[in-house]
Design a protein around this ligand. Structure first.
Ligand SMILES: Cc1ncc(COP(=O)(O)O)c(C=O)c1O
Length: 394
């Protein structure tokens, strides 16, 4: 059994989310833990720490190409965890999925082209499009009650426009937590392929799927789809390795892969860091049991939040999180504007999630709460929220 109750102290460690919290509220007391950006308030798996220590004791930290051990670990993981058979030659290492998205936009579209996304969605998708002088084409998700669905009629229309060349799909979806079904994925692919729209499928959250749900790798649906998509994977969300900047972009089609690599080369980057390769190898070969237990922690934290909010703050509606460890709270019935909500959360309740508006307008009035932390942190967060709301409503 792994111990998920230890709360690492990341204050002054340079952690992005801890530094952001201090910036937003410099008076924040030391016991408050931020629940924003998607890394974990948990120790990295012990197998990775001890494996890297052993590795560092005998290695030379020189320039390194992807090792056989690293490539093998990725293909085995895809086979065993996702039932997807890949060839080592399809794997293109990238120093992060976000750089890969920027690269894909440059590789597969021209300036002025439209790139389709499904908001509310992980905000760097928009940046990858606009910073490269392409146009964002919104195929907004449909919200029915607390659930989200794809608007296929709208997708069909947008894909049919020959100026729209690429879809960036988030699968599972951050922030709404949907794990798209095979049927939904097949329909997305049918629409895109029949309109010559390539798909970049960001599957960085694919290992974190709650009991009762199953992730399907888009490219595993059939060979034609595999030939027309780019699958972005990484051990970073799964095993809390984001600071090592390792991701694995898997591209079956030779031409698309060559285009992707040549665009990266033009930007001057290629190889990853030696510790990242090793950490990825250890994660995928030794940390399955850790991941299985981590998922149970997330399931427990999810239920805790749902039960507490339902009983104590029924105005907030929580979306059913099927995958990821990011819970999407609809706070609109609290009757605050998005700015009032942000001020209330960060200055009164001392809750530092991600503000929903960063994921697009349809996120106004929502909060994204990161559940990858010891359960006790969520208990104190929820109690602070209840107390602060009672004070405001008094
Ligand atoms: C959907 C999605 N893609 C990509 C990333 C970040 O990827 P990377 O750190 O590999 O650039 C995140 C991080 O939260 C994410 O949620």
């Amino acid at each position: 059994m792994y111990n998920f109750s230890v709360n690492p102290d990341r204050a002054d460690s340079g952690s992005v989310k801890w530094s952001a919290m201090k910036k937003i509220n410099p008076q924040v007391p030391s016991k408050i833990v931020p629940l924003s950006i998607a890394d974990m308030e948990l120790m990295t798996p012990p197998e990775i720490i001890s494996g890297l220590q052993a590795f560092l004791s005998h290695t030379v930290l020189g320039y390194t190409i992807p090792t056989k051990g690293y490539l093998h670990a990725i293909s085995n993981w895809m086979q065993q965890r996702h039932n997807w058979t890949i060839d080592h030659s399809w794997i293109v290492p990238s120093p992060g999925v976000v750089p890969a998205l920027f690269n894909a936009v440059r590789a597969f579209t021209e300036e002025g082209d439209g790139v389709i996304i499904m908001p509310p969605v992980y905000h760097p998708f928009s940046r990858a499009i606009t910073k490269n002088n392409r146009r964002i084409i919104e195929n907004s998700l449909l919200k029915k009650g607390t659930d989200y669905y794809i608007d296929f009629d709208d997708l069909e229309k947008k894909a049919h426009n020959p100026k729209n060349k690429l879809l960036i799909l988030c699968s599972p979806h951050n922030p709404v937590g949907r794990v798209w079904t095979k049927k939904e994925l097949q329909k997305i692919a049918d629409i895109c392929l029949s309109n010559n729209v390539n798909i970049v499928s960001d599957e960085i959250h694919s290992d974190i799927v709650l009991p009762g749900y199953r992730h399907t790798v888009l490219a595993s649906l059939n060979d034609t789809i595999a030939e027309n998509c780019i699958i972005c994977t990484a051990p970073s969300k799964t095993f809390n390795l984001a600071g090592l900047q390792v991701s694995n972009i898997i591209i079956k089609n030779d031409l698309l892969r060559r285009q992707f690599i040549s665009t990266a080369v033009k930007a001057g980057y290629g190889a990853l860091n030696i510790i990242g390769y090793k950490a990825c190898e250890i994660a995928y070969t030794e940390c399955s049991a850790w991941l299985d237990q981590f998922i149970l922690l997330i399931a427990k934290n999810k239920t805790l939040c749902e039960d507490f909010i339902r009983e104590n703050i029924p105005q907030i509606k929580i979306t059913n999180m099927e995958g990821t460890y990011l819970q999407w709270w609809d706070c609109r019935a609290l009757g605050m504007t998005k700015n009032e909500l942000e001020t209330f959360m960060t200055q009164q309740a001392l809750i530092f999630g991600d503000e929903g508006y960063i994921f697009g307008h349809s996120g106004d009035g929502f909060e994204r709460i990161n559940l990858a932390c010891p359960t006790s942190i969520l208990e104190s967060t929820l109690n602070r929220l209840k107390t602060a709301l009672n004070k405001t409503l008094d």
